[in-house]
Design a binder for this molecule. Structure first.
Ligand code: OAD
Ligand code: ZN
Length: 256
């Protein structure tokens, strides 16, 4: 049951309907209703005894590549039981309706792509892909790893047992090309929709501040207020899966 005031919904609906170049900036909250365990949730069972620094840093991979690889296999396995939720599908419908829509996501679950968005900037990478620890060019989908390969698997370029998940680890820099594309997307957009992020992590969080500073129309969806909420054009204290379909599909003449 939607408990939001109607005028808030219709204001956000008309702002989204009027936009031509929306950017959706998403965080872990958009995947909450998909039941995605957060990074800390994944530190359960036999992984509970490890600190994140022992499992998600370049140093950890240098020290114990097999342990780190197996931890990410565990995270990929838990992802298998999860699916995109109505929020992801509403954002995919937005891109079908407005082809210049761009998604900038901090999530590594690949659900925006799986739900159908084509223009996705995965700032923190994608857990379903691997890349070479030694920097060989390219990313390879997890499915492409041959059965019975070494652990970690061999890089298709250099042949070393050096494949690592294509995600940003603690202490690592973001891929500069992705950050550049994200900054460009904020510059070009006319509407900036913030969904389910606490804004706790830089430099990603600075993108939403940039949109606010540049006077973009900013719509935020989050059950809890964040540092963006007071300055947003419209702040909707709500869950993404509950309200995004309403804002996006509800505002369309013919939901596509
Ligand atoms: P956080 O866990 O910091 O914040 C999640 C946000 O989602 C919070 O503000 C919640 O209030 C909100 N939320 C919870 N349920 C929601 C729902 N149903 N609908 C909408 N919002 C909801 O996650 P992020 O802000 O994404 O970095 O954190 C950013 C980064 O911190 C992650 O990408 C990861 C982590 O370190 C890397 O992996 C590099
Ligand atoms: Zn290589």
């Amino acid at each position: 049951m939607n408990t939001l005031p109607d005028d808030l919904i219709s204001k956000a609906q008309s702002l989204i309907a009027a936009s031509r170049r929306p950017v959706v900036f998403s965080g872990a909250g958009v995947s909450k209703e998909s039941g995605i365990p957060t990074f800390r949730d994944a530190l359960e069972g036999l992984w509970a005894k490890y600190e994140p620094e022992e499992l998600a840093t370049p140093q950890a991979f240098e020290r114990q590549p097999e342990l780190v690889w197996n931890f990410y296999q565990h995270r990929r396995d838990t992802l298998k039981d999860c699916q995109p939720n109505p929020a992801h599908y509403a954002i995919a419908a937005l891109e079908r309706d407005k082809p210049e829509t761009i998604v900038i996501t901090q999530n590594v679950d690949g659900f925006h792509q799986q739900a159908g968005n084509q223009n996705v900037i995965p700032l923190h990478g994608n857990i379903r892909e691997n890349r070479c620890y030694y920097g060989c060019p390219g990313e390879w989908p997890q499915e492409a790893v041959p059965e019975g390969d070494t652990v970690p698997p061999r890089c298709p370029q250099c042949g070393e047992s050096s494949l690592r998940p294509n995600v940003v680890w603690f202490g690592e820099m973001l891929n500069p090309a992705l950050m550049e594309a994200a900054i460009e997307a904020v510059d070009q957009c006319d509407t900036f929709i913030i969904v389910g992020t606490s804004g706790a992590v830089q430099p990603a969080a600075s993108l939403a501040l940039k949109a606010l500073e540049e006077g973009k129309t900013v719509i935020e969806i989050n059950p809890d207020a964040t540092m963006y909420s007071e300055r947003a054009t419209v702040f909707l204290p709500a869950r993404a899966a509950q309200v995004l379909p309403l804002l996006i599909l509800g505002g369309m003449e013919r939901p596509c």
